[in-house]
Design a protein around this ligand. Structure first.
Ligand code: SF4
Ligand code: SF4
Length: 468
């Protein structure tokens, strides 16, 4: 009887342990340690940055994630690792603006999708459409009758603020892009605005839908050489699709004037430049991204240069970090790094100007994606007399709202993300916001009413160089 009693207690203890690990209070500890041991981006441990999206095998039968079973086991464990601390929710610009996205609710939606928990009842996104339908490992995750409403999926700007804050190192952006890939490539279910943007991109090779020759119009008076097939230069200046806009054209003019003053040997691609595919990739259209990337790689393979410089952090990130997996590997610099280098080497002399109080707005794809927060600040202090910091700055800066395809995805909101960002600039008395991204320029300049002036850092550096 004693032996049988012992066996029964042992069996009971075993069942209890399994319950503790599978559904009880130990679940997050077990899932969390499993996830941290089998993390998909081990390079992040010890402060490393590993932010490039992984290429998708376009010949695979399943593209992206449509049901929970399409995620790998370790990624599924990562969703269960969420301890619902809410740090991601606090950091998310889309949530702050009242868009239909709360990253904490999204992760809990994924746990629900697996059948691992009841539908999330915590603080939802302000305008969130209800989506608490059927679930299960082989049931679609995204849909009005599923676990995550499509409105939620397309509201993300891919800013990585949630990832930066998450104590469990959950990769929200990877999960979102995986689900977007499933929607875009398996169902063709992107938002109408995004579908139009992607069509324009495929038809014309740029998002503006303009003839390729017009990309360099803003530089027409500056005699910038075009790097022809078989040609050679030191620096290839990558203009990006923002070059089609008059305002960003002014930023590029300032950058070119600085490069000419520093005596650099550089050239542009002219008509041969096409979009780098950043937007297509964030929207989940990996097929368009890879097609564009292969075109770019073929174009650059027949030209010689030492490095690429660009004033577009999205192009910088894609070319520097995401193209190597597809066979294109070059030294790539954001223009703030180049200008910082030129100032440091004494090739540009600056006299700090009385611009009024100025704050640097960190672009997500430069700061959080690439950890580059010091060079722009050194430059700004060299160019302007009165520099201040916004409360959210550096790796914790707030997104302008322009990334991840958010502006073309017909996203509803209570407020605009750039309005919130400008309010943060006003809070520290900034009369000017310095930017280093065509997307940030467009979003922040789009804020109406009395607001700080918006200037690209190259424009401020040029003023300081001219005055010295
Ligand atoms: S990446 Fe940015 S916008 Fe997307 S869920 Fe995370 S914090 Fe929100
Ligand atoms: S920060 Fe991470 S652990 Fe905390 S609620 Fe968000 S996803 Fe969960």
């Amino acid at each position: 009887a004693v032996i049988w009693l012992g066996r029964a207690l042992l069996a009971l203890g075993g069942v209890g342990l399994v319950w503790l690990l599978a559904a009880g209070p130990m679940k997050h500890a077990f899932a969390g340690s499993t996830w941290l041991v089998a993390h998909t981006r081990p390079g992040r441990f010890g402060g490393g940055r590993d932010t490039a999206l992984r290429p998708l095998d376009l010949n695979a039968p399943m593209l992206g994630s449509v049901t929970p079973s399409d995620f790998s086991w370790n990624v599924l464990a990562s969703f269960d690792a969420c301890i619902q601390c809410g740090r991601c929710e606090q950091a998310c610009p889309a949530f702050a603006a009242g868009q239909r996205l709360n990253p904490k609710a999204l992760v809990q939606g994924l746990v629900h999708a697996m059948g691992g928990a009841p539908a999330y009842k915590g603080s939802p996104a302000p305008l969130a459409s209800a989506a608490s339908g059927a679930c299960g490992m082989h049931h679609p995750i995204v849909g009005a009758d599923a676990s995550i409403h499509p409105d939620t999926l397309w509201a993300c700007t891919t800013c990585r603020a949630c990832v930066q804050e998450c104590p469990m190192m959950i990769e929200h952006v990877d999960a979102i892009v995986d689900m977007r890939r499933g929607q875009a490539l398996m169902h063709g279910a992107v938002r109408p605005g995004a579908a139009r943007a992607l069509r324009t991109l495929r038809d014309t090779g740029n998002l503006a839908g303009r003839p390729p020759a017009e990309r360099a119009d803003a530089l027409a008076m500056l005699d910038v050489p075009v790097l022809a097939e078989g040609g050679e230069t030191d620096i290839l200046l990558w203009l990006g699709d923002g070059a089609f806009e008059r305002r960003y054209g002014q930023s590029l003019q300032a950058l070119v004037k600085l490069m000419q003053r520093a005596g650099l040997r550089f050239a542009i691609l002219g008509e041969a430049e096409t979009d780098c595919g950043d937007l297509a990739r964030r929207l989940g259209d990996e097929a368009t991204f890879q097609a564009l990337a292969h075109d770019v790689i073929a174009t650059l393979a027949v030209r010689r240069f030492s490095r690429i410089v660009t004033a577009d952090p999205h192009a910088f990130h894609a070319l520097a970090n995401e193209y190597p997996a597809l066979g294109g590997a070059w030294q790539v610099q954001h223009h703030t790094a180049l200008l910082d280098e030129l100032v440091d080497a004494g090739r540009l002399k600056l006299s700090p100007q009385a611009t009024g109080t100025v704050a640097w707005h960190d672009p997500c794809y430069l700061a959080r994606y690439n950890g580059q927060v010091d060079a722009p600040r050194r430059l700004l202090r060299a160019a302007c007399q009165n520099v201040v910091e916004m409360e959210r700055h550096g790796l914790r800066a707030m997104c302008c709202g322009g990334g991840g395809g958010n502006p073309v995805s017909d996203v509803d909101a209570q407020e605009r993300i750039p309005d919130l960002r400008m309010a943060q600039a006003r809070q520290v008395g900034a009369q000017m916001v310095a930017v280093g991204c065509p997307g940030c320029t467009a979003m922040l300049e789009g804020v109406v009413g009395d607001r700080p002036e918006v200037r690209d850092i190259a424009e401020l550096v040029l003023d300081a160089v001219v005055a010295s």
